[in-house]
Design a protein around this ligand. Structure first.
Ligand code: NAD
Length: 509
């Protein structure tokens, strides 16, 4: 553990309360849900949990607000998002505090998450003047063929604990600019940051005259999420979380012909080729694998290193792992904070045991740093684990800091290993050989939604579309043209001549 003592639960409770007060949020009375901090592993507050009737009411209110919002010109909708961005900027410290308290992120990563929210607001404000359709060449004289984009309806946002605020903002800023209204069901593990974000959006709506119910917050567990999933008034369910969750949500939404946007688990890998610059690769790999205590969907979980380089690289990584400062995420020296729960640590231990039973060798980490003042908190040492082949546990996502090391001889073999997992989120190659880099990025290379060169798998910018293939769910969020998932397109054929001409030269009458 880092040398500074952990803060006490009472201090964290007071700090959370002060942050909520400063953003103007109040803690609702009730029971059913517990706000907890992984820093000490103790409970902070009791909160009410939404029931199915609350979900129904929220979806109804958001649906009722939709016509007025849809009818508001898009650049004016952008004013709401701009105001939200201003408020997020003004309250960066309070929001980062709540993210650290509830998700255990170190300070710079918590502030980074808030920065990401501000960035997507800027992006969505610009988008509110750029919801472009196309004019298409018509095959008929005197005709115009065009594509137009219209708001979709209510978007149900279901989010995970590990990006408790940014994922909401990617969805909400874009959905609001697109003319949709939103019901948000955050993770049951992070209700406090959700209350803060929802209050800031409510304030932005008050300041800009937007309908109050453009956004509704639904605090609750998966039952509240399921109610949204089954509600036919929710046009799009954008759900971020485990593949297990997506397997339940996807078919249920499809059964009512709703739309879903799924952002699910990853099993991300980096290939390190013989020409790689190791001075660049080592810190990039350590951040990708151990940053956020291995709890990012884009966390590096598999390292596929050329056989000639394997001992040198693993030696340098093991040395870096042994020096990682683990402990209080508020301490500026700390790089690895707590795991979200003891269950995460059990899953981590189980994966390590299964891998070692198959001949895997732990090269660094794997222990738990005891925190005498907080026996319920879990501070785990990130693990570096060499395996001879990609057996079952290596092909699964264990949401904890385990980096499996595999070796390869040819790049084709590396890419085959890389792609031979059920997930397809993020990937990277470290090389100074342009042919290798281009091969990795080509259609024959990485099969992921994100493929990088000389940078790790995590830490995407909001300007690009974010998401992955296969069991990662196929959704795209955030930048580029991901906005199209939040709108419906219509194809318009306009005959401005006085003759009827049918497509494909069909004659009739
Ligand atoms: P989780 O699947 O346990 O929960 C995610 C959310 O889904 C929560 O709000 C939960 O209440 C809700 N939920 C669970 N089951 C549901 C159901 N049947 N119907 C409706 N809602 C349901 O995930 P988690 O532990 O909070 O987060 C970690 C997981 O999320 C990891 O697998 C990680 O890779 C993934 N993740 C993916 C992305 C991405 O963009 N691809 C981003 C962040 C996290």
């Amino acid at each position: 553990m880092t040398s500074t003592p952990l803060p006490g639960t009472e201090d964290l409770r007071a700090r959370a309360k002060a942050s909520l007060e400063r953003v103007g949020a109040t803690l609702p009375d009730g029971a059913g849900l517990r706000a907890r901090t992984p820093i000490t592993g103790e409970d902070l507050f009791d909160l009410p949990a939404a029931r199915a009737a609350d979900a129904e009411e929220a979806a109804g209110a958001a649906r009722a607000a939709f016509p007025a919002w849809r009818g508001t010109p898009a650049p004016r909708r952008g004013e709401l998002v701009r105001r939200l961005g201003d408020l997020l900027r003004a309250h960066q410290d309070e929001l980062a505090d709540l993210i650290t308290i509830e998700a255990g992120k170190i300070r710079s990563e918590a502030l980074g998450e808030v920065r990401e929210m501000i960035d997507i607001c800027d992006f969505a404000v610009g988008l509110s003047r750029q919801l472009y359709g196309r004019t298409i060449a018509s095959e008929r004289p005197g005709h115009r063929l065009a594509e137009t984009w219209h708001p979709l309806g209510v978007v149900g946002v279901i989010s995970a604990f590990n990006f408790p605020a940014a994922v909401w903002s990617w969805n909400t800023a874009v959905a609001l600019a697109c003319g949709d209204t939103v019901v948000w069901k955050p993770s049951e593990l992070t209700p406090l940051i959700s209350l803060a974000c929802a209050r800031l959006l409510e304030r932005a709506a008050e300041d800009t005259g937007a309908p109050r119910d453009v956004h509704r917050l639904l605090l609750g567990d998966r039952a509240a999420g399921q109610a949204l999933v089954d509600d036919s008034r929710v046009a799009l369910v954008s759900a971020t979380g485990s593949t297990r969750m997506g397997r339940e949500v996807g078919p249920r939404v499809a059964a009512r012909f709703g739309r879903s946007l799924l952002e699910l688990g990853g099993n991300n890998a980096a290939v390190v080729a013989p020409s790689a610059d190791l001075d660049l690769a080592v810190p990039a790999l350590v951040f990708a694998a151990a940053g956020t205590a291995g709890q990012r969907c884009t966390t590096l979980r598999r390292l596929i290193v050329h056989r000639d380089l394997a001992d040198t690289l693993t030696g340098r990584l093991a040395a870096a792992y042994r020096k990682l400062p683990i402990g209080d995420p508020f301490d500026p020296q700390t790089l690895v904070g707590p795991l979200i729960s003891p269950r995460s640590y059990d899953a981590m231990r189980d994966a390590v045991d299964r891998a070692t039973a198959r001949g895997g060798e732990v090269l660094a980490g794997g222990g738990r740093r005891p925190a005498d003042s907080a026996p319920g908190a879990v501070y785990a040492e990130p693990v570096l684990l060499r395996v001879a082949e990609q057996f079952d546990v290596v092909r699964e996502e264990t949401f904890a800091p385990i980096l499996y090391v595999l070796t390869y001889d040819t790049l084709e073999e590396a890419v085959a290993l890389h792609n031979d997992v059920p997930q397809g989120l993020s990937s990277s190659i470290f090389t100074r050989d342009q042919q290798e880099a281009e091969y990795f990025l080509s259609a024959e290379g990485s099969d992921c939604g994100i493929a990088n060169v000389n940078i790790g798998t995590s830490g995407a910018e909001i300007g690009g579309a974010f998401g992955g293939e296969k069991e990662t769910g196929g959704g795209r969020e955030s930048g580029s043209d991901a906005w199209k998932a939040y709108m419906r397109s219509a194809t318009n054929t306009v005959n401005y001549s006085s003759r009827l001409s049918l497509a494909q030269n069909v004659s009739f009458l």
